[in-house]
Design a protein around this ligand. Sequence first.
Ligand code: URP
Ligand code: ZN
Ligand code: ZN
Length: 487
Amino acid sequence: MNMGMVTLAAIRSVPMATTYIRGGTVVSPTGCQDLDVLIDGERIAALVDPELAPFDDPDRTFDHVLEAKGKYVIPGGVDAHTHMEMPFGGTVASDTFETGTRAAAFGGTTTIIDFAIQRQGERVQDTLAAWHAKARGNCAVDYGFHQILGGVDTDALKAMDELVAEGVTSFKLFMAYPGVYYSDDGQILRAMQQCAGNGALTMMHAENGIAIDQLVAQHIERGETSPYYHGVSRPWELEEEATHRAIMLAKITGAPLYVVHVSAKQAMEQIAGARGSGANVFAETCPQYLYLSLEEQLAAPGFEGAKWVCSTPLRSHEEGHQEELWRYIRTGDVATVSTDHCPFCFKGQKEMGLGDFSKIPNGMSGVEHRIDLMYQGVVNGKLSLQRWVDVCATTPARMFGLYPRKGIVSPGADADVVIYDPDGRTSIGFEKNHHSNVDHSTWEGFEVEGCVQTVLSRGTIVVDRGRYLGRKGHGVFLKRGLSQYLI
Ligand code: URP
Ligand code: ZN
Ligand code: ZN
């Protein structure tokens, strides 16, 4: 770890509004070390050897001193996959940029990357402008955009280069949702070729949507209409097949590939195999696939399972996907853990699918709980402290061209810092305990060890011991560079 440590004289010379985080253990992907953190305005100025004890120095005072004894000091989380206000299935995800980024802040996430959405016939640049308008002036923490391409044509391909220049350097394509966001293999090939040329990252929703739609129709026709059949109609084979196809198309075009929300161990085998052969293929998974299942959540009595309808779906506990996903986090084949945060209220939104699971809007909440749920993985011996920080902050920042501004506690980086209490507990399973604009909890019954104590976003304290001190409009748009994470 590069400590960037300084002398007392250097600390004296830091001129601006300062915050000093004292007594904590700074965690990075490469190590843990007892270091104080000096923040100057919006940036980290220095990591300080605690022995220097600058408090005893009469020539140096600080505007804020935050005590972090016995706590971890980690970079603010980077959630590279959220959908605030996403239109889906005739409704719109219930978190706005305001409510969703406030929830993110409560959970120690200080950067989100959301998705602007283009559909067939729409001008890509117009759709990006529309998403800028939704987010601008409303966010509690910093944000960037990926661009979803739902209609790859000649104009869209040209627009991709323009977007890269504007800091939107990743494009999501869908092999699922025919007639909505779906791209056929020819469109995917063309978009990947464009990415291979302009350096952007292709993100893939890898499920064979054409086959899935047939299975869905057959279940509905047989009267199998409950949320459980959402999972049954999207078998792992169709995630594995699509993942394999995406990898082959990426290989042919030379484009790097980032497969989003991987839930099947067989899809991970494809990705690990491709990585083993040296291909620039990366996987993202989400906490829901590490903890929740087809049997326990989607098969809940009555229509309750609708709360957990998302795609790719929760997988069967018996098939051992969760353990394999944790293992792939440890091996590094899962590069990032994001949330795919896309909440819909049970009342009036999920209920649109009463009597027909295919009409349930896909998605669940999670932006507030990722850091805690992954810390529970540390407690459970599933991953190391360093890897916790890596998958939640550092690698997403590198993957999406934000590093070293984001994702690391290091001199020069934005002062996005979380003081995390390993001795705390967080009850995340109650609606009243979360800050998303949604009427139920994805994490019903969950209580986890560890808790977010204090959150700083660009040097400003936005959350302290459960109190919100931030403001709408503090968060700024992040113009991203190209991905910095090639094998
Ligand atoms: O169910 C999900 N994942 N909803 C959000 C859209 C997507 O495919 O990521
Ligand atoms: Zn998706
Ligand atoms: Zn998504």
